[in-house]
Structure formats: structure tokens, C-alpha cells
Design a protein around this ligand. Structure first.
Ligand SMILES: Cc1ncc(COP(=O)(O)O)c(C=O)c1O
Length: 363
């Protein structure tokens, strides 16, 4: 049975002036809209009690399983405002499917795709005024669906009570002052996820385990970490929060999905768009030495990362634990990097024809 996310309006929403002030400078992940969607699952009754409620804290029992065993998963996607004022989602079906796959891996119940979509439509409609104007920029409403074990029980088993929720946060352009290549820290000491682990699921533990390396990266002046496989530490996997690519000749190469890499929606879209740019998309194992050697001898002309938050981020250099630095080409934004970035943004903001049927109108 499909859930009905009935709206219980916030009696004290932010004023139009307060909202405008936030939307003028939204940052990322610090401001939230006036409402949130919720639903509950129990072993006895399945999914029920869906609603759009005023945004506010959860009441959690201190024994709630999420706080102890981290049984929780999440998603991340955006709502984009087109020039005519309409509001659209980019491939939300892919996020819904990944949310179900993540839930299965973490022993959580699957939220049916129509309920995932229903919650997003209900919340975006309730808080449509929070979707920033496109205005030629890259502002959007970031949507964060998540699910966690809310049963008060200290035994290690799948929770018999689960809470689903969706919150929304206006987001400004990731590169507020123009797209600039970033430096990436390569760690072979710390791993994000191992074979048979949860790397392909979007769960908090993967991010928690990445933070120690992320701190090292920040200490080295780097924006993010490139993780290698946890077994041999020889193969390129992904960044802490983005998939990675390089251009070599006319090939656009990304690590194959091994089970420890998150299958990015942006990654999947680039695999499709590459061919349209005359590039051959290749998914395969990549040795770290191949990546760094190719950068050093110039056979790798561009390197970039991709994900919902920043779309495509050019990588200008890598630093490693031996104190070496590898500068990609001239350290500038590559031709294909810029072209793919523009293609994705043009589709998302309705400036290009949506030939692949990737966009879904919400309002
Ligand atoms: C670990 C990781 N890899 C890759 C991605 C990119 O995925 P997507 O393109 O679906 O945002 C993300 C971001 O969600 C991520 O957290």
C-alpha cells in the first residue's frame, strides 16, 4: 500500500525575509526548510504513519540501535529550479534504487520506490519556496532521505523499528567563485571499505571511517582523500565522497564497481554522456602506479571527481604519503572536464534537451 505523506503545516515557518536572507547565501548543509517527511516501519506492521511535519528534533531513546550499531542509510539528491519556475529532480529513480540496495546491505527494510518519490514530492511541494532560483548559477535544494534503527534495544540484530525521514537544505554553488581544480591526498594507510564490507552502500560508517584520512588531507592542504582498495592498497577506488575519472587519449576511465565503491548516479550519467563527446567510457581496475605514472608522463591529460554535491570537480594535483606531488597537465580545468560538467548542469537546469529522460518534474 502506498504511503500518504499528509502535510501538517509548520505553524511558525520562517518569514519570507528570513528565507530570502538564507537563500541569498545558503552555504551547504547548515540551513533546513520548514518541514520534514517521516514514516515508521515496524516488523509487525511494515511501513505506516507517513507525514510531512514541521522540521524539528527527533525524540530518541538512549538505547536506540542507531546510536550503538550504526544501522542506518541515507541518500543525497537535488531539486533544481528551471527558468520558468518549475522544479525538477535528476534521476531520482536511481537514488530510490540505491536506497533500497543500501537498506538491504544494512539489514533495514526496503522503502518502496513510490514512497521514496512520494516523500520527496510531498516535501518539495510543501517547501517549494526554498528551492533557489537558478539564476544562471548552480543553486539547488539538497534533499537528504535517511533511515535509521529506532528500536530501543541493545542486542545486536536488525532493528524491529525503523524511522524514515527526509530533510531538505538549500545549497549554493559548490564553487562559489568559479570552478577551480583541487588537490587530493592519496592514502594507502587508511581504508574506507573492504571486500565484503559496506562500501557500495550509502551508510554512515563508510564516512566515519574516512574521517581520519580526511583530517590528514586537510593538514596537507588537500580537499579530499583518494582511497585505494583495502586488500592490496594498489588499486584506485574512489574519494571519500565522490567517484574518480581520468582522460587518457580518447578514453574516459573510471574504476570498475568492485563492491567497495559507491555506484554514483553522476558516475552512471557520465558513462552515458562520454560517448556523446566522442570519448570511450572504460570501467576497469586502475593501479595507483598507472594513475600517477600517467600523470607524470603526460599520457593522462585530465583527472576529475564526480558526485551530486559538486557535479564535477577538476583534480589539479595528488599528494602522497612519501611527500611527492603529481600535478595533472598544467593544473588547469581540462577541456572534457569542463564540457561534461556543463552538459550535466545544462540537463539538470533545463537548458539542454533531456534526451535520456533523466528529469522528473515535481512542481
Ligand atoms: C563515497 C561516495 N562516492 C560517490 C559519490 C557520488 O555519488 P552520486 O553521484 O550519486 O552523488 C558519493 C556521493 O554521494 C559518495 O558519498
Amino acid at each position: 500500500m502506498t504511503l500518504n505523506f499528509d502535510r501538517h503545516p509548520n505553524a511558525n515557518p520562517r518569514s519570507a525575509q528570513e528565507r530570502s536572507a538564507i537563500l541569498a547565501n545558503p552555504g551547504f548543509g547548515t540551513n533546513f526548510t520548514d518541514h520534514m517527511a517521516v514514516a515508521t516501519w515496524t516488523l509487525a506492521d511494515g511501513w505506516h504513519d507517513a507525514a510531512v511535519l514541521p522540521y524539528g528534533p527527533f525524540q530518541l531513546d538512549p538505547a536506540a540501535a542507531i546510536l550503538h550499531y550504526a544501522q542506518g542509510v541515507f541518500e543525497g539528491l537535488k531539486a533544481y529550479r528551471h527558468d520558468d519556475g518549475s522544479i525538477w529532480l535528476f534521476r531520482p529513480d536511481a537514488n530510490a534504487a540505491r536506497f533500497r540496495r543500501s537498506a538491504i546491505r544494512l539489514g533495514l527494510p526496503e522503502l518502496p520506490d513510490e514512497d521514496f518519490m512520494g516523500s520527496i514530492e510531498a516535501l518539495v511541494r510543501a517547501d517549494h519556496a526554498w528551492v533557489p532560483e537558478a539564476g544562471g548559477g548552480e543553486a539547488s535544494l539538497y534533499l537528504r532521505p535517511f533511515m535509521f534503527a529506532s528500536e530501543a534495544f541493545l542486542g545486536v540484530r536488525a532493528s524491529h523499528r525503523v524511522t524514515y525521514s527526509l530533510i531538505a537544505s538549500p545549497a549554493g554553488a559548490y564553487f562559489a567563485s568559479g570552478v577551480k581544480p583541487v588537490s587530493i591526498w592519496i592514502t594507502t594507510k587508511w581504508s574506507r571499505a573492504g571486500a565484503g564490507g559496506t562500501g557500495a552502500a550509502k551508510c554512515g560508517g563508510n564516512y566515519a571511517s574516512s574521517l581520519i584520512a580526511q583530517k590528514e588531507a586537510a593538514d596537507q592542504g588537500c580537499a579530499q582523500v583518494l582511497f585505494a582498495d583495502a586488500g592490496s592498497h594498489q588499486f584506485v577506488e574512489e574519494l571519500g565522497g565522490m567517484n574518480v575519472w581520468f582522460v587518457s587519449g580518447n578514453q574516459l576511465v573510471t574504476p570498475a564497481l568492485t563492491g567497495s565503491i559507491l555506484e554514483g548516479v553522476t558516475r552512471a550519467s557520465i558513462l552515458t554522456l562520454a560517448a556523446e563527446r566522442g570519448l570511450e567510457p572504460v570501467e576497469r581496475q586502475i593501479e595507483l602506479s598507472e594513475l600517477l605514472g600517467g600523470i607524470a608522463d603526460g599520457s593522462i591529460s585530465e583527472v576529475f571527481a564526480c558526485g551530486t554535491a559538486a557535479v564535477i570537480t577538476p583534480i589539479g594535483a595528488f599528494k602522497d604519503e612519501g611527500g611527492r606531488e603529481y600535478v595533472v597537465a598544467d593544473g588547469d580545468v581540462g577541456h572534457h572536464t569542463a564540457g561534461l560538467r556543463a552538459s550535466l548542469l545544462d540537463i539538470q537546469y533545463g537548458r539542454a534537451t533531456d534526451e535520456h529522460g533523466w528529469m522528473t518534474k515535481v512542481r
